[in-house]
Design a protein around this ligand. Structure first.
Ligand code: SAH
Length: 226
């Protein structure tokens, strides 16, 4: 069994990462920075990455998937304008890092993963007791979670080929969805959608990012990019 320890070295490296995100990368939401300072990112990675867990880069987490870069997590979290009372739907649980950052901000997080192995890893999640407000689901994120809708916020952490309609239907009026939408070959534009009371929505576009693709169906059904 792996032992999880958050040493002074880890805490120091984490502080440096937070300072970098604020002073160099321009992340302004202090609640996001505080949450990222609370969540030990090295717990979400293979122990081989222990010393580099606080570099601003993505890492492999198995099944050909990656834990997002800290800047990307900070950026998406900031765009979500998280309130402690929010109920948030996340598509793409992956390492559970993004979900934990949102949970550390007090939100109720409903997270869906389509890869069976990654979903099953939640059984060994070392911060389970600390974050009882994360709820895990296995399945196809394109379908969302109609039984738990509507959500205040929705975050997609894989490259979406378009704005998924079923998810828009599960967003509250005035709610926001943050997602990377495919544009050129390998890049996506970060978008924020705000739902109006007449069913229409406002779209804002932001920086370019590079995510793994949002695939249709769950892994038990085989995978097919859309
Ligand atoms: N939020 C994650 C990022 C993981 S990468 C983290 O913090 O680590 C994106 C994840 O989305 C992968 O685990 C991938 O399997 C998952 N994914 C891709 N398409 C999906 C879909 N349709 N439904 C649910 N999860 C999906």
């Amino acid at each position: 069994m792996r032992r999880y320890e958050d040493t002074y070295l880890h805490k120091g490296l984490r502080k440096q990462l937070i300072t970098y995100l604020r002073d160099i990368r321009g992340i302004r939401d202090n609640r996001v920075l505080e949450a990222m300072n609370q969540v030990p990112r090295h717990y979400f990675l293979d122990s081989a990455f222990d010393r580099i867990a606080y570099d601003d880069r993505a890492f492999p987490i198995g099944e050909g998937q990656t834990i997002s870069q800290p800047y990307t997590v900070a950026y998406q979290s900031q765009l979500l304008e998280v309130k402690p009372t929010d109920s948030i739907l996340e598509i793409g649980t992956g390492s559970i890092y993004q979900a934990s950052v949102l949970a550390a901000m007090g939100a109720d997080v409903f997270t869906i993963e389509r890869q069976r192995k990654l979903f099953d890893a939640q059984n060994d999640f070392p911060l389970r007791e600390r974050f009882p407000n994360i709820h895990f689901f296995y399945g196809d994120g394109y379908k969302g979670l109609p039984d738990y809708a509507p959500f205040d916020k929705i975050i997609i952490t894989a490259a979406a080929p378009y704005i998924p309609e079923k998810l828009m239907a599960q967003l509250k009026v005035g709610g926001k969805m943050v997602l990377p939408v495919q544009d050129e070959e390998e890049f996506q534009t970060m978008m924020r959608i705000t739902k109006n009371d007449d069913g229409t929505w406002e779209e804002e576009t932001f920086e370019h990012f590079s995510f793994v693709p949002m695939l249709e169906g769950s892994s038990d059904q085989g995978q097919s990019p859309r």
